[in-house]
Design a protein around this ligand. Structure first.
Ligand code: B12
Ligand code: SF4
Length: 442
């Protein structure tokens, strides 16, 4: 049987199932291909060497985001040294955005663009059969006689077709992540996706760049049938004893009908019989009293909300978020009235941002009375609008620049050079921000 070893180069060691790998593994198994995971969260380089000799895979499949990419390469090289004829495949957000740069690394055999639920099994089956069909797959770049070949544009997969083919994503692969505590809530955490894609175009987010990697033959925002999602949650409760659920959709509340039907079904089949709570990511302008009421009724305990900055000019003109301070304050109030906690996401270090502006981010978090908050240092990811605007000086960003050092930890570093604040000042502010937000809750 063909064997595929997945590499999850989780440098930040964040405990959380990696749904991309979980889906790909299930799709491969549905095609009769065996899979195994090397998880850098828990295992080291010497374990990888051992796995290479003992498991002896035919393919190594590395999943990388920008911060993980370098470590992904180091780990892939270990595999290649252990077995020279193993085929090394790269996919995930970073190779999707930089396919040719990734391909230029000599020992990589193919790079996959975007969601590869169908293309990865197709490629592996073709390679195993020794036919040439892999050359026609959309969204796969490979090398032939030193020349890059393949189609860089991919097609977004139909989520309901995936559900028809696999029983469920391979959650079992990530059992060691189930113990993650979610903002003070302990238990067995399950990770679920009900949709993919997001209709918005925030300049710092990869969403719009990822959307451009696909042809237009299928929609970008796609939804699973609610029945399939609920069946999956029921399965996780039965199989793994799941006690709380994190819905990792980019913007779970982007479609009111979808979220309300999810809540109705969840309440009936999950919350009432099992008492299992859930958490999700929202945008302030996609929820109203009705949606919040449904979320609360179905057992939603925490929502994660992007505040980004307390200054509307930064949030809306630079980040292109198009959400007002009043929307944010109003949504946090509604959530609290319905017994839902709000955790906010914030950033410091925007072009033109001063420390006085950052102070306004703190003020807004305090005024809104969020229950907890995260603050990262703004990083410009390759091919985002923010990156291109800064790099090409497309806007008057007051002397802001960019260097080529992609940080590994976005809480501690950045590739943006900001003349208004040093990194040290940003880190000091971050500390002061946490003390102020958390202090008020003590
Ligand atoms: C949920 C989520 C999280 C969760 C879970 C992370 C995890 N362990 O998976 C948490 C909250 C922990 C998290 C943390 C972070 N995240 Co996050 N996260 C997401 C989010 C919203 C969804 C991820 C997801 O499950 N997608 C759905 C699956 C199906 O897609 P996928 O993983 O991309 O996999 C598909 C394809 O990429 C491809 N594929 C993937 N791997 C491979 C491998 C091979 C060989 C092949 C062939 C194909 C392939 O096929 C898969 C199946 O379709 C994305 C946004 C997004 N749209 O992806 C951001 C996103 C991935 N996160 C992002 C960031 C920046 C982070 C953090 C660095 C934030 C921080 N400051 O800490 C950390 C890093 C953690 C880490 N180790 O990677 C960025 C990454 C940007 C970049 N260029 O790398 C994204 C894109 C959001 C954004 N800002 O644009 N995140
Ligand atoms: S709403 Fe969230 S997922 Fe959508 S583009 Fe903005 S930051 Fe990205």
């Amino acid at each position: 049987m063909t064997k595929v070893l997945f590499i999850y180069p989780n440098v930040l060691k964040a405990l959380q199932e990696q749904m991309g790998i979980a889906y790909l593994s299930a799709m491969l198994k549905a095609n009769g291909i065996e899979t195994k995971l090397f998880d850098y969260t828990f295992e080291g380089e010497s374990d990888l060497e051992e796995i290479m000799y003992e498991y002896d895979p035919d393919f190594v499949a590395v999943s990388a985001r920008s911060g993980d990419f370098h470590t992904g390469l180091v780990l892939a090289k270990i595999c290649w040294h252990a077995k020279h004829n193993v085929k090394i495949l790269f996919g995930g957000v970073h190779p999707t955005l930089e396919p040719y740069k990734t391909m230029s690394i000599g020992f990589i055999d193919a790079v996959f663009i975007g969601e590869s639920d169908f293309t990865l099994p197709e490629y592996i089956l073709s390679k195993t059969n020794g036919d040439k069909l892999f050359r026609q797959i959309k969204g796969v770049v490979f090398r032939e006689n030193g020349i890059y070949k393949g189609n860089v544009k991919s097609t977004t997969p139909d989520l309901n077709k995936i559900d028809e083919l696999i029983k469920y994503p391979d959650h079992g692969m990530f059992k060691r992540h189930f113990g993650k505590e979610f903002y003070g809530n302990a238990g067995v955490l399950g990770t679920i996706m009900t949709s993919r894609g997001c209709p918005y175009n925030c300049s710092f987010c990869c969403n719009h760049a990822l959307k451009n990697c696909y042809d237009k033959s299928n929609a970008w925002t796609r939804f699973r049938k609610i029945e399939n999602v609920i069946n999956e949650i029921e399965y996780c409760i039965k199989e793994y004893g799941t006690t709380h659920i994190y819905i990792v959709d980019d913007t779970f509340t982007m479609n009111k009908r979808h979220v309300i039907s999810f809540c109705d079904e969840y309440k009936k089949r999950i919350y009432q019989p099992h008492g299992v709570h859930f958490y999700c990511m929202i945008r302030a302008d996609t929820v109203d009293e009705e949606v919040i009421g449904h979320l609360a009724g179905a057992g939603c305990k925490i929502v994660l909300l992007g505040i980004e900055s307390g200054v509307e000019r930064i949030r809306n003109d630079i980040y292109n978020k198009k959400v007002n301070n009043s929307d944010i304050i109003n949504i946090v109030r509604l959530a609290h009235e319905n017994g839902i906690k709000v955790i906010s996401f914030n950033m410091i270090g925007s072009p033109t941002e001063t420390l006085e502006d950052a102070e306004k981010t703190l003020e807004l978090n305090l005024d809104a009375n969020v229950d907890d908050a995260k603050m990262t240092i703004l990083t410009a990811f390759p091919h985002t609008k923010l990156y291109d605007d800064i790099a090409n000086k497309r806007a008057d960003f007051g002397g802001c620049g960019i260097n080529n050092k992609m940080p590994i930890n976005y809480y501690a570093g950045t590739n943006i050079i900001n003349p208004n604040m040093t990194l040290e000042q940003m880190l000091d502010f971050q500390e002061y921000f946490y003390a102020a937000v958390r202090g008020k809750n003590d």
